[in-house]
Design a binder for this molecule. Structure first.
Ligand SMILES: Cc1ncc(C[n+]2csc(CCOP(=O)(O)OP(=O)(O)O)c2C)c(N)n1
Ligand code: SF4
Ligand SMILES: [Mg+2]
Length: 318
């Protein structure tokens, strides 16, 4: 487990007056394979940090284990590259104790929908105010080609060489099925304008925003999104005044589906569609209760805490 803490590198400056440039958010050199979709997501995230002028010392990226989970190393913010499947409980602890921090979570499809599935469900319900990026390449990349829950049926891997036996799990349907989920969107790393617009909407949402990012892995799943990448006719953009718009893509993606992101039943219907890949905001409801608000405990001084503790002990004194 690595705790990558960049505090010692930060120079002392008045954060309010300093304007951050994109290069100031760059961490170590990214070591993903050439052509890996993770590079594109990193660039979009760095753009978001720059546009929003997030203070590096007040921003933390939490990840599990996987190729995508190397993310925190490549950013000059705080980072916690933790344990496989456990990014969400770590992020929950951080947000509960330091609600003022900007918390981002980066997970792979295996990290989130397999070993971390229970945390995923409960984090959606707890609805803490952080941004979750699930980079879905349909495979365990880091450990070199094992079937994940999102691997398409029939896809051959090292663990299922005759082809995946089961239909793939649908992360959008699962997320939308969890009580109190408040933001669910889908985007693709090969559509950078849409990716960036989605990240911005997700960051600005108050509550847990779950973004499934379709991500190419040219090494182990090179054909997974090939049709959608090569021919925009295989993509449909969800449009609505209150949705996610990326006008730069108007000429590229001509298929439009009008979808009201406040309509949960319609969102579930869109999530089930298999004719095309739908990109956009499926659901948003900023009024849903957030765990850090419902469980807020008023700050207390040390003396007050000792007094409360003594009162508790006295209650049980025999
Ligand atoms: C407890 C535990 N079990 C298994 C592993 C081995 N392991 C590391 S990453 C990984 C899967 C990564 O796949 P995914 O989350 O999809 O990320 P990707 O590499 O595709 O980005 C596995 C099984 C581990 N590190 N820890
Ligand atoms: S194995 Fe796949 S997911 Fe991992 S870095 Fe290489 S291209 Fe990216
Ligand atoms: Mg994966």
């Amino acid at each position: 487990m690595t705790l990558s803490c960049g505090l010692l590198q930060f120079v002392d400056r008045d954060a309010q007056e300093h304007e951050y440039e994109m290069t100031e958010y760059e961490g170590a050199r990214a070591r993903w394979c050439p052509g890996c979709g993770d590079h594109s997501v990193l660039t979009a995230v760095q753009r978001l940090l720059t546009v929003e002028q997030l203070i590096p010392e007040q921003t933390v990226f939490v990840s599990g284990i996987g190729c995508s989970s190397r993310f925190p190393h490549y950013l000059r913010t705080y980072g916690f590259h933790g344990i496989h499947g456990r990014a969400l409980p770590v992020a929950t602890g951080i947000k509960l104790h330091r609600p003022e921090l900007n918390v981002f979570v980066v997970m792979g499809d295996g990290d989130c929908t397999s070993i971390g599935a229970a945390h995923w469900v409960h984090a959606l319900r707890y609805n803490l105010d952080f941004t979750v990026l699930m980079l879905d390449n349909g495979i365990y990349g880091l450990t070199k080609n094992q079937t994940s829950p999102t691997t398409p049926m029939g896809f051959k891997s090292n663990t299922q060489p005759a082809g995946s036996w089961l239909p793939a799990l649908n992360p959008l349907s699962v997320s939308l099925g969890v009580t109190n989920a408040s933001f669910v969107a889908q985007t693709a790393e090969w559509a950078p304008a849409h990716l960036y617009a989605t990240l911005r909407a997700a960051y600005r949402h108050k509550g847990m925003s779950f973004v499934r990012i379709l991500q190419r892995c040219p090494v182990f799943t090179p054909t997974l999104f090939q049709k959608a990448v090569q021919d925009p006719v295989n993509i449909a953009l969800l449009t609505h005044d209150d949705g996610i718009s990326a006008p730069e893509l108007d000429k590229v993606y001509k298929n439009r589906v009008q979808h009201d992101p406040h309509d949960l039943a319609a969102a579930r219907h869109v999530a089930e569609q298999t004719d095309r890949i739908h990109l956009g905001l499926l659901f948003r409801d900023a009024s849903r209760p957030r765990y850090e608000e419902t469980r807020r405990v008023a700050p207390r001084t040390a003396e007050e805490r000792i007094q409360l503790l003594n009162e508790e002990f006295d209650r049980y004194a025999v």
